[in-house]
Ligand binder design. Structure first.
Ligand SMILES: CC(C)(COP(=O)(O)OP(=O)(O)OC[C@H]1O[C@@H](n2cnc3c(N)ncnc32)[C@H](O)[C@@H]1OP(=O)(O)O)[C@@H](O)C(=O)NCCC(=O)NCCS
Length: 149
């Protein structure tokens, strides 16, 4: 497996993976959004034998870094690919001088919450009816001051 920055030529495959990962109420990314994020944000993918196994997207706004999305194709789950993607973006964010990363996650997404807690995120607040189907979100935060990934 290799982890590398996504390129414009990856957009179609990323969009196909997104359709597998997220339904409409979870705000899936469009093809043009992926192209935008390749150019303007931190978008890494994990590649296995030429296939995209997973990706992570971090939105960068001045001093804020927000983990917007992460996903691993079902065929590749349970191999810690998501953890490796998170470790890599955290290292890059630390090297760029960011002090923390935030994210929102569905309160019913136990697998993702456990993953985020494992890499050091803490729940900060509950956001009522954050998703289109009425599901709440947790706002989670990872402070780099006391974490080395
Ligand atoms: C959350 C997600 C990114 C985790 O990716 P991953 O690379 O499988 O992560 P890990 O290998 O660390 O596995 C996490 C947990 O998934 C579960 N898991 C293991 N194998 C699995 C499999 N074959 N299928 C489904 N879940 C599995 C286990 O509980 C595992 O935890 P454990 O290793 O401590 O037992 C992935 O499940 C996913 O893409 N989910 C759909 C999209 C999503 O919800 N994204 C997060 C919100 S933006």
């Amino acid at each position: 497996m290799i982890i590398r920055k996504a390129r414009l030529c990856d957009v179609s495959k990323l969009y196909a993976l997104e359709g597998e990962l997220f339904s409409e109420e979870n705000f899936p990314l469009s093809r043009s959004s992926f192209a935008y994020h390749v150019r303007n944000n931190m978008l890494y993918l994990a590649e296995v034998n030429g296939s995209i196994a997973g990706y992570v997207l971090v939105l960068i706004k001045r001093t804020n870094a927000k983990l917007y999305s992460i996903g691993v194709s079902e065929a590749y789950r349970g191999k810690k690919i998501a953890e490796k993607l998170l470790e890599l973006v955290s290292k890059e964010l630390i090297s760029l001088g960011f002090k923390k990363t935030t994210l929102e996650v569905r309160t019913d997404n136990k697998i993702a919450i456990a993953l985020y807690e494992r890499v050091g995120f803490n729940i900060k607040k509950r956001l009522e009816a954050f998703y289109l189907d009425g599901c709440d979100a947790y706002l989670m935060e990872l402070e780099y001051g006391d974490k080395t990934l």
